[in-house]
Design a protein around this ligand. Structure first.
Ligand code: BEZ
Ligand code: MG
Length: 565
């Protein structure tokens, strides 16, 4: 039977609600040395349990329950499914984890056996892992290690990362070690990257009917540590190459994937790497640069090799040589970090949006490459080269890899992805398509920036579960709410990606509700005033057009706080 439009809209709405419901929402800040509280811990354990963990001999709990109940569905369908079957599976999992938290492992195993026919020998490995994690969450080494560090004593090392992705990061309070840059990207990272990058291209194709002429990628250091180089692998896969390991098992060479196998054109990618990435991954930058150069030199039709097409075009139309035309890896000047776009936004120190993109290029247009004579170029100032490279970009993208930090939690996403998108927009006179991925969940999901801003706003900024969690921290909590509003505003300034209703609802929730206003004023009048000022600035810059009474109220609040702070 054909779906009516109404049915389709209802289903789409339901799927969005499920997406929000399934999102792990941090409730409050971490307090150094303290253990996580119960509800937060149950959410975390549920996320950990929803992935296969072959390294711990544990299978995904939702999957085990589905099989026990004789129901179909892979993990992805269950986790994102908007139907009674998924609801049933998820509620059994939820109850089992709650039982585990309150009454212990044996009760949870017994419950799963009787409720869902999951035999204890299958579910035990999952709960053994959860028990270990639970215990480690109770007994972190944070304060003890700090004291030892201050005394100059030895601190046990441990991997860094996201607990859900890699439970071995627990217990916290150890000396975090990163990766061997030569091991990046790992095989697992390359496999995941293929799925994500293919989904990215598919999304662009669906919306534009063709591939982008060039893609700008942001690569961060910590993310590539946590994912063992997923971002790096995405870049390589888009180019249509794979890493090759030398006799010392170091990824120092690349192999060209034949077009027949790739079954699509090789994408042109412009890579902007953070200062941290540059410091940690020098050999990887060399690998990326080498990959672009090799691809540019392939004897292939330009319709199937966009790097070659763009390089040849540049050689024809300008006096640039091959080395200039093929430069694609940029970062800060040696010893420098960041784009400063975030500071410019926070301080309202800009006249027009183009200034934000220009600042990005000023800060990040240092070329890292090896020229045709084999000489290493480490951070040569090249704003013209970067501007040229960006002037062909039609898609900008960043991979998000952590459950803990999203695009409105910190100012770094808008300074990087927003900054480069604005730089592209002013150089092409067209706003690029801006996408982010959620490579952290079982399903790889590509979202537009606008969709991601909406999701983050609903899951966090406007969600009582999130802001009440923050407000428990008093002064700091109000500052976090204000940060979220400023970071949201950053997406207006750099990418015009914030729906006006978002500002309306923020104003309604935090300023027009008298009780809330009083609480915020009591806890932190400084941040409250900044928040109100930012909303007024959003209006003055044309991102939101509320009623005159609302504006009047905002001005009143600002001036009232001005006299009391
Ligand atoms: C990085 O890991 O490269 C990074 C972290 C925070 C801000 C910017 C970059
Ligand atoms: Mg930071």
């Amino acid at each position: 039977m054909a779906y009516s439009n109404r049915d389709r809209s209802v289903t789409a709405l339901y799927e969005q609600l499920i997406e929000l419901e399934e999102r792990l929402i941090p409730t409050g800040l971490h307090v150094f040395g303290l253990a996580a509280e119960h509800p937060q811990r149950a959410d975390l354990l549920r996320m950990v349990a929803s992935f296969d963990r072959p390294e711990h001999g544990a299978r995904s709990l939702p999957q085990l329950v589905a099989e026990g109940l004789g129901l179909d569905g892979d993990n992805e369908t269950i986790m994102l499914g908007a139907n009674e079957t998924s609801e049933l599976i998820k509620s059994v999992v939820r109850d089992a984890i709650d039982l585990f938290s309150s009454n212990g492992m044996e009760e949870a195993l017994g419950f799963l056996n009787s409720r869902a026919n999951v035999s204890p020998d299958k579910s035990r490995p999952v709960f053994e892992l959860l028990a270990k994690i639970s215990c480690q969450l109770d007994s972190n080494y944070e304060l003890d290690s700090l004291r030892r560090a201050l005394r100059g004593e030895y601190i046990q090392p441990g991997p860094g990362g996201d607990i859900v992705q890699n439970p071995l990061v627990l217990p916290t309070g150890r000396n975090i070690h990163a990766v061997n840059p030569y091991s990046v990207p790992s095989h697992a990272a390359f496999a995941r990257a293929k799925t994500t990058a293919d989904a990215l291209l598919r999304r662009y194709l669906d919306e534009h009917g063709r591939y982008p002429r060039s893609i700008a990628l942001i690569l961060w250091g910590l993310d590539n540590i946590k994912t063992q180089g997923e971002g790096v692998a995405q870049a390589l896969w888009l180019l249509g190459v794979r890493p090759v390991r030398d006799t010392l098992n170091r990824a120092t060479e690349i192999d060209i994937i034949p077009l027949a196998e790739l079954q699509r054109p090789r994408m042109d990618v412009v890579m902007t790497v953070s200062g941290i990435f540059r410091d940690l991954f020098a050999p990887t930058m060399g690998l990326l640069d080498k990959a672009v150069r090799k691809v540019a030199e392939l004897d292939e039709p330009v319709e199937m090799n966009y790097v070659r097409g763009n390089v040849l075009e540049r050689l024809e139309t300008a006096e640039a040589g091959f080395d200039e035309a093929v430069t694609r890896v940029f970062s800060n000047a040696p010893g420098n970090y960041g784009t400063n776009v975030n500071f410019m936004v926070m301080q309202s120190a800009w006249q027009n949006e183009a200034a934000l993109g220009d600042l990005f290029v000023t800060r990040k247009s240092f070329a890292y490459t090896r020229d045709s004579k084999g000489r290493t170029v480490e951070g040569r100032e090249a704003p013209e080269l970067m501007s040229r490279a960006l002037s062909r970009v039609e898609l900008t993208y960043q991979n998000i890899d952590s459950f803990e930090v999203g695009i409105t939690d910190v100012d770094h996403y808008f300074e990087y992805l927003g900054g480069i998108s604005k730089a592209v927009e002013t150089r092409t006179s067209l706003r690029p398509a801006i996408y982010l991925s959620d490579s952290l969940s079982a399903q790889t999901k590509i979202r537009s920036l606008e969709e991601t801003v909406r999701l983050e706003t609903r899951a966090k900024t406007l969600n009582p579960k999130w802001y009440e969690g923050m407000l428990k921290h008093g002064f700091r909590g109000v500052a976090e709410i204000e940060n979220h509003v400023t970071n949201t505003f950053g997406w207006s300034a750099t990418a015009n990606a914030v729906d006006p209703w978002i500002y309306t609802e923020i104003t309604r929730t935090f300023l027009l509700d008298e009780q809330m206003l009083e609480r915020l004023q009591e806890l932190n009048p400084h941040s409250l005033q900044s928040l109100a000022r930012r909303l007024l600035e959003a209006h003055e810059r044309g991102y939101w057009n509320p009623d005159e009474e609302v504006l009047e109220r905002l001005r009143e609040i600002i001036s009232h706080l001005g006299s009391s702070t």
